[in-house]
Design a binder for this molecule. Structure first.
Ligand code: BGC
Length: 266
């Protein structure tokens, strides 16, 4: 099936780099008009917008902190001003502030929960409120709207030294499934993507040199993922090719969540 998102408007949070940038590129390549949200890096966001436009696509860059209610409202307003509607939300913004539990500050706990979990709630809520004002357009999609939450393998794999991050992603899982249960009958599809180790800036250390060798022991498929691997899943989940997929988490992890330590009899 050839995927077309023509006529649809996608908002991707945290899209100035990494998985968000990859998702924005993928969605634009399939014809969606894309809002490239950034937090503190206007330049790479604008470069991505220029790149999408140069390839014949439509995009704008909008700065907003997704953990702040008024900024999410402004982000939505900017989306509507530019493109008049919203069809797809990729709630992607996320960060890590790692520390052993006994050294983890309340501030770093709060920052991670605020961006990774509260931010996804605020963006999903804003998108759902907007979807409710729109009608299904069968010419562009069978769904009234689609939300994709960016989770992580750490929504199921406990992660020592990263309890704030793992707790936020565990939260994203039940946030996503509860929203999905609540809004499905409005023909709004809600799903998550749970990436494993992907070669992005957040992961440079873990994915190069000796660290990469260690990391590969945790990946049955035997390679580190690329942003494109995740973008492909984003595009599929945003399209009608996945129209009967709802409340699901797609693990894009080369098998990292398969308890690879048990390959040799545990
Ligand atoms: C984290 C990465 C990590 C991967 C696998 C992701 O959610 O952001 O830093 O390498 O999970 O552990």
């Amino acid at each position: 099936m050839l995927i077309s998102l023509k006529g649809q408007v996608a908002l991707v949070t945290g899209a100035s780099s990494g998985l968000g940038a990859g998702a924005a590129r993928g969605l634009a390549a399939c014809g969606a008009a894309v809002v490239v949200n950034y937090h503190s890096q206007p330049e790479p966001a604008q470069n991505l917008v220029d790149e999408i436009r140069a390839a014949g696509g439509q995009a704008i860059a909008v700065g907003a902190d997704v953990s702040k209610e008024d900024e999410v409202d402004k982000l939505l307003a900017a989306t509507l001003k530019a493109f008049g509607r919203l069809d797809i939300l990729i709630a992607n913004s996320g960060l890590q502030k790692d520390a052993p539990i006994t050294e983890l500050s309340l501030e770093d706990w709060n920052t991670v929960i605020n961006v990774n979990l509260t931010g996804q709630f605020l963006c999903a809520r804003a998108a759902l409120r907007q979807f409710a004002k729109q009608e299904i357009r069968p010419d562009i999609s069978r769904a009234l709207g689609k939300i994709i939450h960016m989770s992580s393998v750490h929504q199921v794999i406990p992660w020592a030294g990263h309890v704030n991050y793992a707790a936020s992603k565990g939260g994203v899982d039940l946030l996503m499934r509860s929203i999905a249960q609540e809004v499905g009958e409005q023909r709004i599809r809600v799903n998550s993507i749970a990436p494993g180790a992907i070669r992005t800036a957040i992961n440079t250390k873990a994915t190069s040199g000796d660290a990469e060798k260690d990391l590969l022991k945790l990946i049955p498929y035997g390679r580190v993922g690329e942003a494109q691997d995740v973008a492909n899943a984003v595009v599929w989940l945003a399209s009608d090719a996945s129209d009967y997929v709802h409340g699901a988490t797609l693990f894009i992890d080369g098998g990292m969540s398969l308890y690879p330590e048990f390959r040799n009899n545990g």
